[in-house]
Design a protein around this ligand. Sequence first.
Ligand code: MG
Length: 272
Amino acid sequence: MTTWRRSWLMCACFSLVCMPALGWFYPEWKSGIEWPMPPIIQPGDATTAPSDAIVLFDGTNLDAWEGGEKWTIENGYAIDRGNIKTKEKFGDCQIHLEFASPEEVKGKGQGRGNSGLYLMGRYELQILDSYDNETYYDGQCGAIYKQHPPLVNACRGPGEWQTYDVIFTGPRFNEDGSLKSPGHITALHNGVLIQNHSELLGSTKWDEPPKYNAHPERDSISIQFHGNPVKFRNIWIRDLMPAEEMPGENEGPLDSPAATDGESSTSQSDAK
Ligand code: MG
């Protein structure tokens, strides 16, 4: 092969192999959407909240909660002595909390280390001592009560601190009160995925099948008291509600839950 032909061949090979990789033949695709810059925050660590979170309990007081005076606070944690609910109301959100079942094991099944995280006061992510403690699967720790068992049982033993990290999307309702879109819960228990965008079928009652009743797009977060002194610490929340959906100060999109279904946190005595 002549030198000229060898050079031409090398040039052709370079063009075929390298030029596409360099984007000369295939220009980069861009969406064209001008996204706003994601806010810069300071992430937390095992004990502190991210800088954009609302701290609901930092180990010192329960001022953010109605009913918090019933609880006992000591050594940076609080002991469940009665139903509590946040004074502020939330819709879509991310929640972190830490809990510990009583060290002294008493009772069994639903009677052992029972509490619950209630999104919007009506959708329970079960808190239970499910370490070597059998109960119905859709009622064990990490279950969306009587709707979805957890994907795995990631419980630590009685007295050990455990974490919940929850992403909640609330349901939406049409003006006539019919369901527009269901709620969803994603949850990690001790860092392990236990609910993966699980669809809420309605409120989580002990004595009724799940059913949706229209309610405002924001309501209190509640923690259940089920007779067991479960400990809590490091509770914080990040508001994920889309700005355009935030209702005005006196503007509830629909009737209050008390007026429609009575399923707000006041009804937790029925729940497990
Ligand atoms: Mg419960």
